[in-house]
Design a protein around this ligand. Sequence first.
Ligand SMILES: CC(C)(COP(=O)(O)OP(=O)(O)OC[C@H]1O[C@@H](n2cnc3c(N)ncnc32)[C@H](O)[C@@H]1OP(=O)(O)O)[C@@H](O)C(=O)NCCC(=O)NCCS
Length: 179
Amino acid sequence: MIEDPMPTLETERLVLRPFRPGDAAEVQRLAGEREIAAGTLTVPHPYPDGAAEEWIATHAANWAERKVLTLAVTTPGDDTLVGAVGLMLTMADRRAELGYWIGIPWWNLGYATEASRAIIDFGFASLGLHRIMAQHMARNPGSGRVMQKLGMQQEGILRQHTLKWGVFEDLVVYAVLAE
Ligand SMILES: CC(C)(COP(=O)(O)OP(=O)(O)OC[C@H]1O[C@@H](n2cnc3c(N)ncnc32)[C@H](O)[C@@H]1OP(=O)(O)O)[C@@H](O)C(=O)NCCC(=O)NCCS
């Protein structure tokens, strides 16, 4: 276990900070929208009471054990929660998988791209990562667009790789290397 605080990252328009217990109600409200769960493999729908509190409570240990870095995407000044971004770490291979969601009121403002760019830079520069991958369902092209804007390269399509809401979905795999 590495006992250091989770990082806070600042970008031009956003502050990426650790989640706090007080964010739980807003996480449930924003991530509880069907469109958020529809794009992700892990967000439950409907979003159960207490699940956001439980999720936030895992973050410090997951960071200390270098398993996952999860950060709240917020706007500076008013500290409005607009989404989440994270890296699932496999330190033995010095690689990570990027994940993100942005609340519907803030879609198509470039926030997912801006937040992801910051956590990717942190992963390469401060965590010594060598490779960062991301995957999106083929029916979610907006997320693929984010990956392209991040300079990630499409590596392949995992056909009918995941069973989501009763449908076998194709997953499109992207990655970027440290160099
Ligand atoms: C995917 C998601 C994170 C994008 O967040 P965002 O902040 O709106 O993303 P950005 O504004 O940085 O970029 C979105 C890009 O996708 C484009 N886009 C949006 N919908 C699209 C569609 N149906 N087809 C193609 N492109 C689309 C936008 O035009 C924009 O590209 P541009 O800047 O070239 O115009 C957000 O929609 C979301 O949270 N979805 C639900 C959860 C999810 O899917 N998470 C990702 C799991 S892999």
